[in-house]
Design a protein around this ligand. Structure first.
Ligand code: 2AM
Ligand code: CA
Length: 269
């Protein structure tokens, strides 16, 4: 993808993400129909569906040869990352959307033959857009984000992770993860993977660790974090498979390396 093509797609995607966010803000206090998906705490609302439909319809009518990989069923069934693929989560942090009416984001990652070209994460209620184009840096609204510092002390790091790491689970021995939480300066749980990636890119947290995410939760975040010198891998340090659910470790390379070597590798079942 050349720069002109990337710029043109970026400006369309940005326009649609702002429009979608505006619609959500207008309706934020309307009564919600809440359904559940994989379990009683895996929520979906009419707003998730209508936002995804809005984005998918615009993409399909403007870019007839592009593909969509998305959470709520308006996308394509893909078995490869060939071509231009929009990876979309219309509302990332649906539980926050339902319970808090804030702390959720629209997430769009745009890939060309498997290479992340564009990342957009829109914190809807704060009207803050994190964005990146490959090779051109990352932005918070119009402000360019600096490269992540490489001299952060481990004991001064803030790590974002959820409770699944610290309860009995089939992937890691939670005792090592409890040690990690004690060894770093602080831990946080925001409940929106997209926002957690954005906060890593902004340098206000140093690492984000999760046992299971879908491509639409991490696609945009990966592109944005790359642009500030961060890394995104599985919790074993391997590259991510963009077409399936996976564990994810993302963050400042100097912190990530230590977390994987000194904690996760030892905790791994
Ligand atoms: P969602 O709100 O779009 O469902 C919460 O810790 C984060 O994990 C959110 O980004 C949430 O995305 C995501 N998430 C929630 N349930 C999930 C599941 N069953 N599989 C993968 N990701 C999930
Ligand atoms: Ca979602």
């Amino acid at each position: 993808m050349n720069k002109a093509q990337r710029d043109m797609i970026f400006s369309q995607a940005t326009k649609w993400i702002y429009e979608a966010g505006e619609q959500i803000r207008k309706q934020i206090h309307n009564p919600l129909t809440i359904d559940t998906k994989s379990n009683a705490n895996d929520l979906v609302t009419e707003m998730d569906r209508s936002t995804e439909a809005f984005l998918a319809n615009n993409i399909k009518s403007t870019f007839t040869d592009h593909f969509i990989l998305s959470e709520e069923g308006y996308g394509d069934q893909l078995d490869s990352m060939n071509g231009i693929v929009w990876i979309i989560d219309p509302i990332d942090g649906t539980m926050n959307f339902v319970h808090q009416k804030r702390n959720f984001a629209i997430s769009i990652g745009i890939f060309n033959n498997g290479i992340g070209e564009i990342g957009l994460i829109y914190n809807v209620m704060e009207d803050v857009l994190y964005s990146a184009k490959r090779g051109e840096g990352a932005y918070k609204n119009n402000k360019k984000l600096p490269q992540l510092h490489h001299d952060i002390l481990f004991q001064e790091a803030i790590v974002s992770m959820n409770h699944f790491w610290l309860c009995e689970n089939r992937l890691v021995d939670e005792k090592w993860m409890q040690k990690l939480v004690k060894d770093v300066r602080g831990s946080r749980t925001y409940g929106s993977a997209a926002l957690e990636f954005a906060f890593v890119a902004e340098g206000i947290i140093d690492s984000y660790l999760t046992l299971s995410l879908s491509p639409w939760d991490y696609a945009a975040g990966m592109v944005i974090i790359n642009e500030v010198g961060g890394v995104t891998t599985t919790i074993d340090g391997d590259p991510l498979d963009m077409l399936s659910k996976t564990s994810v470790a993302s963050g400042n390379p100097c912190i990530q390396e230590k977390i994987i070597a000194n904690y996760i590798k030892k905790a791994r079942k």
